[in-house]
Design a binder for this molecule. Structure first.
Ligand SMILES: C[S@@+](CC[C@H](N)C(=O)[O-])C[C@H]1O[C@@H](n2cnc3c(N)ncnc32)[C@H](O)[C@@H]1O
Length: 177
């Protein structure tokens, strides 16, 4: 799960990417023509998608702020997408700068972006992992280095479970351990 991703972001990438499409809905600047075209197709079918994405991100920010204000200093964000447009570490930098964040995504493109964009301050870690394989994720050496599981941890699953098909039993993901 660790190491350099095989795929690196390039404007020549003609395949739409979920994380970059979401960035487009959030009015970000980390998206390419193929992402914008696919996102516009979705907006034709579901015109509220942009508002839904922005409302979701605003909820995520409020939730992180609230949990940090209760004293939690460790955040495991699974299905993190691109770490832009007011994502978790940006909220925490303002509220509780001593917090640690592990961003997890199963998409190597999102992981590549995150590794490029994030500060190398030791408090923000990026791991390629899959919400459908929690045992693997929790055993990842980078996750275990960053998070002390004897202390409180906020696990964030924001706008990710709808990517898990019924056949993968998303209802069972959280109860296997
Ligand atoms: C819509 S974005 C959500 C970003 C952020 N969590 C938020 O709510 O603002 C969903 C992200 O989940 C990732 N994802 C989809 N399936 C996943 C899986 N099985 N495991 C981990 N990440 C997944 C996608 O690659 C995408 O970057």
């Amino acid at each position: 799960m660790t190491g350099e991703p095989a795929t690196t972001p390039t404007e020549a990438d003609t395949r739409p990417n979920v994380a970059r499409m979401y960035d487009y809905f959030l009015a970000g600047c980390h998206n390419f023509a193929a992402d914008r075209a696919a996102a516009e197709r979705i907006l034709e079918i579901f015109p509220d998608t942009r508002a839904a994405a922005q409302t979701n991100r605003a909820f995520l920010r409020r939730a992180v702020r609230y949990v940090a204000e209760q004293g939690v200093r460790q955040f495991l964000d699974i299905g993190a997408g691109l770490p832009t447009q007011g994502n978790v570490h940006e909220v925490l930098r303002a509220v509780a700068p001593d917090s640690r964040v592990v961003y997890v995504d199963n998409d190597e493109v999102a992981v590549a972006y995150a590794r490029r964009l994030l500060p190398t301050d030791g408090r923000t870690v990026v791991v390629q992992g899959d919400v459908r394989r929690p045992d693997e994720l929790l055993a990842d050496p980078e996750v275990r280095r960053a998070i002390d599981f004897d202390q409180p941890v906020a696990v964030l699953l924001a706008a990710v479970l709808h990517f898990v098909p019924d056949a993968d039993d998303y209802g069972g993901v959280g109860v296997r351990r």
